[in-house]
Design a binder for this molecule. Structure first.
Ligand code: FES
Ligand code: FES
Length: 158
């Protein structure tokens, strides 16, 4: 049996992986019960499964579990601190950027990763980041507005 040691939302975790191909999305959802990370396409195309690994947004459905060894992974469950929503989460709510919500954790983690790396990311950089994701419901405009609002909130924090 393979053993994976990594950190999830700041907590060291040890996972005993079954034989065969196991993806990071499955480790998070099926082994650790963190169902906030969604799986849509399963092929790296839709962005629903996006988490942040060592500061970078990644599609967890195409990351073999072994690649997370020793890494630090942040999921949507880890964004909330002391019961307070993260400003990016708050921005999505305030901008009305959520309908069915299936795509939302992925978008939120993408925007979080971008603005954590560069809190003053310009509109084009935000658009390019959002273009890595699909949403069937919102028409994207409110998601873009949410990202702009998140940027304003995060700049305001610094
Ligand atoms: S579920 Fe991973 S990119 Fe679509
Ligand atoms: S809100 Fe439904 S897929 Fe985006």
């Amino acid at each position: 049996m393979r053993v994976l040691n990594f950190s999830v939302n700041g907590i060291p975790r040890t996972v005993h992986l079954e034989e065969g191909r196991v993806m990071l999305s499955s480790v998070l959802r099926d082994y650790l019960g963190l169902k906030g990370t969604k799986v849509g396409c399963g092929t790296g195309q839709c962005g629903a499964c996006t988490v942040v690994m060592d500061g970078k947004a990644v599609a967890s459905c195409v990351i073999p579990a072994e690649k997370a060894e020793g890494k630090s992974v942040l999921t949507i469950e880890g964004l909330t601190e002391g019961g307070e929503l993260h400003p990016v989460q708050q921005a999505f709510i305030e901008a009305g950027a959520i309908q069915c919500g299936f795509c939302t954790p992925g978008f939120v983690m993408r925007v979080y990763a971008l603005l954590s790396e560069n809190p003053e990311a310009d509109d084009a950089a935000i658009e390019a980041a959002l273009n890595k994701h699909l949403c069937r419901c919102t028409g994207y405009e409110t998601i873009f507005e949410a990202a702009l609002l998140a940027r304003a909130k995060m700049v305001g924090q610094n």
